[in-house]
Design a protein around this ligand. Structure first.
Ligand code: FEO
Length: 397
């Protein structure tokens, strides 16, 4: 079903309310997601992006009810990941000569995925495509936001920025506009998306935002490729991205741990008591990494100015949930955050050293010596944990 965005611009994508995992099992999508494809019907008809492959048939059937496919003059592929290009192979079987406007890197990706030599038209920043009725599409390359091929395009007169993955959210909602959905849900999904997908490219986000703002473009709508369309004060999400890209941190400390016999859990809770006693204004959150969603924990770490991470020693190493989380943190390259490690052991104290090394490798500044204990922590040791939490807060100032 198509949905009107404005004037002759329509949403023709797919809303997937059922989706619970994305990028394989790398990203949890508790509120589903959408694959936003847009159809512009001016003197020239343009399709911007498509949908994920499993919905290709449904997409093409719906699209063909809105427009005779042979009347699509141009296809724009802003990004070749299969969640946006997945319907291209089936569509191009039906309209094989239709030109596909995309970046040079996008051609490489599309050919890598589909091994087809379609009618590609390479575009660069500043290139324009006339659609008639006084409208043009202006292309803006956005490399590494979040892939080398990523691109935005801007529709003049209607003043729409089609931003592909940037400014998106894995959030299925109706109606499809920011001013008509639950704001708390929307921003919870937007920051989760930034923390888990865009954060490694924060420096480039800052540069791209400066570049776009310097163009002084009127922006009435931002149409990303996932989630809602930004219609009310659309630049609010651009301002948020500028904030998130700049060493973002709230007055929050997050304690993350895994535990076998609750020893490390007791340490975590006592350290948290110390944090709370030392700064009553500060948000303190505790997560058992084995029991909580990894992407939600990553989001909480992104919001934090510091983290404490705890794990007992197991088989000379650390536990699976913590190891996985630290591997994710290494790739995400969060900036300007402090950390310390803690944990218990039975016969050999390995975990806190491993945790400290991995935290450093992930770009965290270690501000306290690790705290470890043999066997189950007793009252005396737990009192030390409380003091450790207090001292940790002092190190943050
Ligand atoms: Fe939504 Fe990078 O794909």
């Amino acid at each position: 079903m198509k949905k009107k965005v404005t004037n002759n611009v329509y949403w023709v994508g797919k809303s997937d309310w059922e989706l619970r995992q994305f990028h394989g099992y790398e990203y949890s999508t508790g509120k589903g997601s959408t694959y936003n494809s847009y159809l512009i019907t001016e003197e020239k008809n343009v399709l911007i992006d498509t949908v994920f492959k499993p919905f290709s048939g449904q997409f093409i059937e719906n699209l063909s009810q809105e427009i005779e496919l042979s009347k699509i003059d141009y296809i724009v592929c802003n990004h070749a990941e299969p969640d946006h290009s997945g319907a291209l192979p089936d569509l191009m079987e039906l309209i094989p000569e239709t030109p596909i406007y995309c970046t040079k890197n996008c051609i490489k990706s599309l050919q890598g995925h589909y091994h087809k030599n379609w009618n590609f038209k390479i575009v660069q920043t500043g290139d324009r495509l006339s659609l008639g009725n006084g409208r043009e599409l202006v292309f803006i390359q956005a490399p590494m936001l979040h892939w080398p091929d990523s691109m935005f395009c801007y529709l003049t007169t209607d003043n729409i920025l089609f931003s592909n993955d940037a400014f998106g959210q894995h959030y299925c909602a109706e109606p499809l506009f920011n001013d008509m959905v639950d704001q708390h849900e929307l921003y919870a999904e937007a920051i989760k998306y930034y923390a888990n997908i865009l954060a490694p490219f924060s420096k480039l986000v800052t540069k791209k935002i400066e570049e776009i703002l310097s163009l002084n473009l009127l922006v009435d709508l931002i149409c990303p490729s996932h989630g809602i369309i930004w219609r009310d004060d659309p630049l609010q999400i651009v301002r948020k991205y500028a904030e998130w890209a700049d060493h973002y941190r709230q007055n929050q400390v997050t304690v993350i741990y895994d535990t076998m016999y609750n020893g490390t859990r007791s340490m975590a809770e006592s350290i948290a008591d110390g944090l709370i006693q030392a700064d009553k204004e500060m948000t303190v959150k505790l997560y058992n990494a084995a029991k909580n969603d990894k992407n939600d924990i990553i989001t909480e770490i992104f919001k934090s100015k510091a983290i404490l991470i705890g794990c007992p020693t197991v088989n000379n190493g650390i536990m699976f949930s913590i190891a996985g989380l630290l591997e994710m943190l290494k790739g995400l390259k969060f900036q300007g955050k402090k950390a310390a490690a803690f944990g218990c052991y039975g016969w050999h104290d390995s975990s806190t050293k491993i945790l400290g090394d991995l935290l450093k490798e992930s770009g965290f500044e270690i501000v306290s010596e690790p705290l470890s204990t043999i066997w189950e922590p007793d009252g005396k040791l737990l009192a030390r944990c409380v003091e450790y939490g207090k001292r940790f807060v002092a190190e943050l100032n």
